[in-house]
Design a protein around this ligand. Sequence first.
Ligand code: ZN
Length: 111
Amino acid sequence: MAKWKCGVCGYIHDGDSAPDKCPKCDAPKEKFEKLADDKVQLIERSRLTNGLHQRLYTLLDDVSGVCEKGIADNLDPGCLSIFKKINDCSQKGKQMIKAEIQGHIGKGKWG
Ligand SMILES: [Zn+2]
């Protein structure tokens, strides 16, 4: 599907033609430009990657939840150590994802 970019605010519209006005900033249809195929590909791939980051973040959240139950249960030092180490990895992973997503937003990579 074709993509159109608002020249005023950068909003991306998916469709066969530009919208009558920008849903984000109300700019008229004439302000939209059709994006070239390579840019369309890049936006599709960015959306995919951002989706993967979001899935991973959700999974890591689950991992942390499981670890926290194990930590609270505190059965024995060996188990506790594993739960704590994996929880640390999960927290670090979540921080990395947050930083990366912030970077994408900063560079206007969100499509
Ligand atoms: Zn706009």
